[in-house]
Design a protein around this ligand. Structure first.
Ligand code: UDP
Length: 330
């Protein structure tokens, strides 16, 4: 096999099912992710080597992370190395897999008995707990927060970014008459506290159908229905020849809710309370009146934009002495 940068000097940090994470000898803030030729399915029950698959998954991740970065989404991707390796920002991976679905397939179809190919009304984000011993169970957002796996703010942020990724990937594929059925994302927190898209994006982690609902992804291996390498190569060519510059930026809506702090008198709320009682709504005990800003962003949400929203609050939108605020995404 071809030798690539630093092969001999890079220490193994983590060995996953299909990727290895290596220490970057030049910086402790970076890692090198190496893609292997292994393909697994069914929670590792089915496993096979396909020569060249690692390079293809690496090519996809390099191209798609680069494309998403170009659209304003923060990722861990820094640069491609010579072999099937990506230099990436070192992050601590959140213990949740974010699965986004547009059409019914895979475990969703099995779990709910819904017909494969059914189009969902709007994209759905499901969460799975990353835990091999428990076989990565489906988990609700509430449970994630109660178990302290991820904070509510971080979970809402990553969910919002997942939906942005869905839009940008779907639109790119649509140009080639391909449909993004579903995909899985992982996020990580960098040393500087920023949350970025991490792991990989390839046909190993997403389902893509052509106009005849033929799979161009790992389902050809899961269901023994084709040549995996030829399929991945076909999809890579399609993705790389799509006109990424024609995919328009999507507007994103965020809400900033400003309320008077509990100890602060709130005359407008008091006037409203009295008026409601006069109208006969005897059940009303108290009313506090605040304000809501619905801010439309012309870029996907990033940790930096979140910081900007906090500065907007302090500088203009709320009075930090008398008011509290929260940022909500939908
Ligand atoms: N997926 C993944 N890794 C996992 C589980 C799922 O990359 O550990 C991807 C999978 O390739 C598909 C999407 O997430 O694109 C939804 O997978 P699903 O829950 O339907 O599970 P599966 O069909 O793999 O059992």
């Amino acid at each position: 096999m071809e030798k690539y940068e630093g092969e001999k000097t890079m220490k193994l940090i983590h060995k996953g099912k299909v990727k290895r994470v290596l220490e970057d000898p030049e910086s402790k803030d970076r890692v090198v992710i190496e893609f292997t030729d292994t393909v697994t399915a069914g929670d590792g029950a089915k496993k096979q080597e396909f020569t060249g698959k690692g390079k293809l998954a690496c090519d996809f991740s390099e191209f798609l992370f680069g494309y998403l970065e170009g659209k304003g989404i923060d990722t861990h991707f820094i640069k491609r190395l010579k072999g099937p390796q990506l230099m990436c920002t070192k992050v601590e991976i959140f213990p949740i897999e974010f699965v986004c679905r547009n059409l019914v397939a895979g475990s969703f179809s099995r779990r709910y008995g819904t017909e494969k190919g059914t189009v969902l009304d709007s994209p759905l984000v499901e969460y799975f707990m990353k835990n091999d011993d428990l076989h990565d169970p489906l988990i609700t957002g509430e449970s994630i927060i109660r178990l302290g796996l991820v904070s509510q703010n971080d979970l809402e942020f990553m969910t919002k970014v997942t939906l942005s990724v869905n839009y940008y990937l779907s639109e790119l594929l649509k140009q080639q008459k391909l449909t993004l059925v579903d995909f899985k994302l992982e996020f990580g927190k960098a040393e500087n506290g920023e949350i970025v898209l991490a792991d990989e994006i390839s046909p190993d982690t997403m389902r893509v159908w052509d106009a005849t609902a033929t799979s161009l992804d790992k389902d050809v291996f899961r269901e023994d229905k084709g040549d995996l390498i030829a399929t991945y190569e076909k999809l890579l060519t399609a993705v790389k020849t799509a006109r990424s510059e024609d995919v328009e930026a999507r507007l994103e809506s965020v809400y900033i809710i400003v309320e008077p702090k509990p100890a602060i008198k709130n005359p407008p709320g008091e006037v409203t309370r009295k008026a409601l009682i006069r109208l006969g709504f005897a059940e009303v005990e108290d009313v506090r009146m605040g304000k809501v800003f619905n801010i439309t962003l012309k870029k996907p949400l990033t940790s930096e934009i979140l910081k900007h929203l906090e500065v907007m609050n302090v500088k203009l939108l709320s009075n930090p002495i008398s008011e509290k605020h929260k940022v909500r995404f939908e």
